[in-house]
Design a binder for this molecule. Structure first.
Ligand code: PAN
Ligand code: ZN
Length: 182
């Protein structure tokens, strides 16, 4: 089968489910909870969307999705995905499509960061929790391909964090320990 992606419209055809994550969906994830609350009250902006292909999320299938993270910061922290662990530890690949972002990975002990630009393939090994971050001023889009039976655990990141956080600093970025006081 072939699937067509319309970059301007952000649609796949044929399409599977599309997910829209607003600021209110990212409860407990930004370090500065007051800024997060203000952003929720102040229009609850869309932070990212995920359009999926029709390939089902079941064992032995190989689903894909395209995530687009809008540019922005909350309390200085770059806008990002919720982040998750795959309960059935399996690898995943990302392909940068547009904008500038990064792939943050954490195995419970070590942290890794991969700069993602159009054409970059980021590889997530089995057992590494992962989050994507838009560090640019344009929307950041990437394609994800992952085993359909991997599952998605969002509570793991709430409990264990992701090792580091990514902050805007001058024109660039800075990393701080996930649970550090700011
Ligand atoms: C991606 C992510 C997508 C959204 O397709 O699911 O970027 O991030 P969250 O799932 O953390 O909200 C992926 O890694 N799938 O496995
Ligand atoms: Zn994943």
């Amino acid at each position: 089968m072939s699937i067509r992606f319309d970059q301007a419209a952000g649609t796949l055809s044929p399409a599977g489910p599309t997910l829209t994550r607003r600021m209110s969906d990212l409860e407990g994830l930004f370090r500065d909870q007051n800024s997060w609350r203000t952003a929720v009250a102040d229009g609850d902006p869309i932070v990212y969307s995920v359009v999926s292909s029709p390939v089902p999320e079941i064992d032995r299938e190989l689903p894909q999705s395209i995530t687009t993270i809008h540019p922005g910061t909350t309390g200085g922290e770059f806008w990002m995905t919720k982040g998750h662990q795959h309960p059935n530890h399996q690898g995943e690949i990302y392909l940068g499509m547009s904008g500038n972002g990064g792939l943050l990975m954490f195995d419970g002990k070590d942290t890794r960061w991969v700069d993602m630009a159009p054409g970059t393939i980021g590889y997530i090994p089995p057992g590494w929790a992962h989050r994507s971050v838009n560090v640019g001023s344009e929307p950041y889009s990437f394609l994800a391909v992952y085993p359909g039976g991997a599952g998605h655990d969002y509570s793991w990141v709430l409990e264990n964090g992701l090792g580091q956080r990514v902050w805007r600093q001058d024109d660039g970025l800075a990393f701080v320990d996930y649970f550090a006081e700011v």
